[in-house]
Design a protein around this ligand. Structure first.
Ligand code: SF4
Length: 412
């Protein structure tokens, strides 16, 4: 196997350093030209607030947009293209969950070997071909298959995701079943599940699913019904009668903090009910593996939602887990529109936005109230600032005011 990450190579692998100063200088310039926003920087500098003519006030959450893991993944993908200008480069699925960013990656000639936009096949890969592993990591078996082919990896897996892997590997070593709070179909959770190796795991997504598991722990039930309910979300050979006696909870890094805490609280209560509080430590473990960036964005949104707002715009890819949770938080409090770009604001009367329950875009009318309004804006960890700028500009245009009127001359 050959790995090229920030210098991290197996001893036998040739040293190819992607983070050379000349490469990174060019990469930074290119990344900035694609994704930065002077407007967003100015609004940040004037206290996250922009108000024009008393007609429209926008309030940005204190933390939003690209996280450190996403920035690193994008930098490494761009660096790979610079270091291997003429060689085919492949990526496992999407570098991050944002369609515009993924379009840019494709435009650089990087081909996808899995996922919805797949345009190359693993079978096409040869020894020495460069494969980018995205920020969410990849499954152990997929990596092993590519290693066998002699592919060279640019591994952009986020350190926070690897921390979760460390936890579930430890659970497996200790013969503890990992209960992973996450989406069984999400790349990160698939990768995490695969890290349990010969150990066992079960993925729970909702509190209702958690309650089902708790009820089974306490009262037993039909094994067949259990396995049918969680089809595709447990390890090979998982038997709820055997493998729910000692459990450890971990979570996908981008879940809602409050929900993850509730999942672990309910499971712990079930274990106390079954084995007694004096024995719970032998049967239950928990590590909070929500990443700092997700947490910061959720905390910042909570603060923003405590202010008077007429509506909230959440910008990001519809398959982005952390962005969906921001939208969930918003819609619990006020009219919230989850959009992937500014074009979704069709007019001041009509908006096309993602409905989390229907898992599809829907159209809403009369979304922008008349009179003076305050609009909250946030964006997921995979959303670049240029898309946030487009949204702000569009909003001011729809309101019939110039965004420049909302900018302080004091701020440069
Ligand atoms: S959302 Fe968290 S885990 Fe995912 S890339 Fe960003 S920092 Fe890493």
């Amino acid at each position: 196997m050959r790995d090229i990450a920030p210098g991290a190579l197996k001893p036998s692998a040739p040293k190819i350093n992607l983070r050379r100063p000349d490469v990174m200088e060019a990469v930074q310039a290119q990344v900035l030209s694609h994704y930065q926003s002077g407007l967003v920087d100015r609004i940040r500098a004037q206290g996250q607030l922009a108000s024009a003519d008393g007609l429209l006030t926008i309030k940005l959450a204190k933390e939003f947009g690209f996280c450190y893991g996403v920035e690193r993944a994008i930098d490494l993908a761009y660096a790979a293209r610079k270091v291997f200008p003429n060689q085919p480069i492949y990526i496992l699925g999407e570098i991050i969950h944002n369609p515009e960013v993924n379009d840019q990656i494709r435009a650089m000639g990087i081909k996808s070997i899995s996922g919805k936009e797949k345009n190359a096949d693993v079978e096409d890969l040869k020894e020495g071909d460069v494969v980018i592993i995205p920020a969410f990591g990849t499954e152990v078996a997929t990596r092993a298959r590519l290693e066998q082919k002699g592919c060279v990896f640019v591994d952009t897996t986020c350190g926070d995701v690897m921390s979760v892997w460390k936890r579930v590997r430890q659970y497996s070593r200790d013969q503890v079943t990992s209960i992973i709070h996450g989406k069984a179909w999400h790349e990160e959770t698939k990768a995490t599940s695969s890290q349990t190796g010969s150990g066992h795991y079960l993925v729970v997504f909702t509190l209702a699913e958690t309650d089902y598991v708790c009820d089974y722990i306490l009262n037993g039930g039909s094994k067949e019904a259990f396995l049918e309910k969680f089809k595709g979300a447990f390890s090979n050979g998982f038997d709820p009668e055997v493998h729910l006696k000692t459990i450890g909870v971990a979570n996908q890094t981008t879940m809602l903090r409050g929900e993850t805490e509730e999942v672990q609280r309910r499971l712990k209560q079930a274990m106390i009910g079954k084995y007694g509080s004096e024995n719970v430590q032998q049967h239950f473990r928990f590590f909070d593996t929500i990443c700092g960036a997700t947490q910061d964005r959720q905390d910042a949104l909570e603060k923003l939602l405590a202010q008077p707002l007429d509506l909230l715009l959440v910008i990001g890819g519809y398959n982005s887990s952390n962005t969906s949770h921001l939208a969930e938080m918003g819609q619990a409090k006020l009219p919230t529109y989850f959009i992937k770009n500014a074009a979704k604001m069709v007019s001041d009367r009509q908006i096309v936005h993602y409905n989390l329950d229907k898992h599809q875009e829907v159209t809403s009318d009369q979304w922008l109230p008349q009179g003076k309004i305050s609009v909250g804006i946030t964006a997921g960890a995979s959303c670049p600032n240029n898309l946030i700028e487009d949204t702000i500009r569009r909003l001011f245009t729809l309101r019939g005011v110039e965004v420049s009127e909302a900018l302080s001359d004091q701020v440069v």
